[in-house]
Write a protein that binds this ligand. Structure first.
Ligand code: NAP
Ligand code: MG
Length: 405
């Protein structure tokens, strides 16, 4: 059979545990038989990160900047348990955090809507895309455990040695203190990515912070969004008939729950972390959520929004059958292949990505799905499939659809 050709390689970032098992199955059963797959491979599995003192993660992020499109498997962010489990030299940082810090830009997460999986929120009719700022705040914090009485201050030292000081707290006993930062440059590119994505999708943009309480920090986010909207995007939004809407984060949460969906919701880094898990669970499953990091120069990194599904992996290691949903990981691949196809003008490859996604949705809509979806579907007569069986069920439909073309 003639295989679909590629010109520029994708940056392939392999990962950990159950998703690493799915990764291999997806490549072997759904991609390699049909595509002359070109990738530059980086193994971000925890063992390799430890061996390379995490150099591999930095190399992978730099490759993404160089080649423009990457696809990433879920990876373990080590904690104390993992340090013991893997005998690590150090508690390495979150690979996603490292990649985001190098690439900058914004993470867009969007639920995959499929017939038979109804959102828990009855009013939601259309997907809600979360745009998560991917730089700074608590993810780049400095913190101290205050041992006892003393004074905590914020101190900023200018190049000429003069300082700006702000008292945080006079401690009369032990406590904790934490410092955050963000950059105008990063907030500006966040704003531009969101406005551009909104125009592209033809959907309203919502943005929310807590600027009534944080009158300098959060207010800066609001001012930058307002200014960039006014100066660069307002005319085009009006021409498209879409709008930019700012409100407080608690008001936004309340409105989202009563909305119909169909908009982009821009969130600061932490809000986006929390709200995307809330939205994906309410839309059905963590495994039905796509995620893409878009940097201000138009470089893309596609991934699944969920983790490495550790509990399933331990069952897999014991030789038990697993029913792990591979949809978000498959869509990370199709997202990356489609973007690569568009950049390199490869029609066959773009059509392949569309066809594979269609085959996935049809598999579920025809009642064949993994356990997480079988538990919540409104379809009757469904078959709960194992991890492998689901991928084979997709493969069968993919072959039918490719032969039909
Ligand atoms: P998780 O891997 O997302 O899994 C949490 C639970 O959600 C699972 O136990 C499973 O529930 C369900 N689930 C998630 N994805 C699923 C899928 N594809 N199919 C079926 N069920 C799915 O989160 P975690 O267990 O808290 O984290 C495990 C590891 O992932 C951690 O080491 C963490 O650092 C890492 N992590 C990585 C990323 C990333 O790389 N992007 C993101 C988050 C977490 P049941 O067990 O009830 O079936
Ligand atoms: Mg999270």
């Amino acid at each position: 059979m003639h295989k679909i050709q590629m010109t520029t390689p994708l940056v392939e970032m392999d990962g950990d545990e159950m998703t690493r098992i799915l990764w291999k199955m997806i490549k072997e059963d759904l991609l390699l038989p049909f595509i002359d797959l070109k990738t530059e491979y980086y193994d971000l599995g925890l063992k390799k990160r430890d061996e390379t003192d995490d150099r591999i993660t930095i190399d992978a992020a730099q490759a993404a900047l160089r080649l423009g499109v990457a696809v990433k498997c879920a990876t373990i962010t080590p904690n104390a348990d993992r340090v013991k489990e893997y005998g690590l030299k150090r508690m390495w940082k979150s690979p996603n955090g490292t990649i985001r810090a190098i690439m900058d830009g914004t993470v867009f997460r969007c639920p995959i809507i499929v017939r038979g999986i109804e959102p828990n929120v009855r009013t939601w009719k259309k997907p809600i895309t979360i745009a998560r700022h991917a730089y700074g705040d608590v993810y780049k914090n400095s913190e101290i455990q205050v041992p006892g009485p003393g004074k905590a201050e914020l101190v900023f030292t200018k190049p000429d040695g003069t300082t700006i000081r702000e008292l945080i707290h006079e401690f009369d006993g032990p406590g904790i203190v934490q410092g955050w930062h963000n950059l105008d440059r990063s907030i500006e590119s966040f704003a531009r990515s969101c406005f551009a994505y909104s125009l592209d999708a033809g959907q309203d943009l919502w943005f929310a912070t807590k600027d009534t309480i944080s009158k300098q920090y959060d207010a800066r986010f609001r001012e930058i969004f307002d200014r960039i909207f006014r100066e660069e995007y307002q005319d085009r939004f009006e021409a498209e008939g879409i709008r930019y809407f700012y409100t407080l984060i608690d008001d936004a949460v309340a409105r989202v729950m009563k909305s119909e969906g169909g908009f982009i919701w821009a969130c600061k880094n932490y809000d986006g972390d929390v709200m995307s898990d809330m939205l994906s669970s309410a839309f059905g499953s963590l495994a039905m959520m796509t995620s893409v990091l878009v940097n201000p120069d138009g470089k893309y990194e596609y991934e699944a929004a969920h983790g490495t599904v550790q509990r399933h992996y331990y069952r897999y290691l014991k030789g038990e059958e697993t029913s792990t949903n591979s949809v978000a990981t498959i869509f990370a691949w199709t997202g990356a292949l489609r973007k690569r196809a568009q950049l390199d003008a490869l029609e066959d490859l773009e059509r392949f990505a569309d066809t594979l996604e269609h085959a996935v949705l049809r598999t579920i809509e025809e009642g064949e799905m993994t356990g997480d979806l079988a538990r919540i579907t409104s379809l009757s007569d469904v078959q709960k499939l194992s991890s492998e069986e689901f991928i084979f069920a997709v493969r069968k439909r993919l072959e039918e659809e490719l032969n039909g073309i």
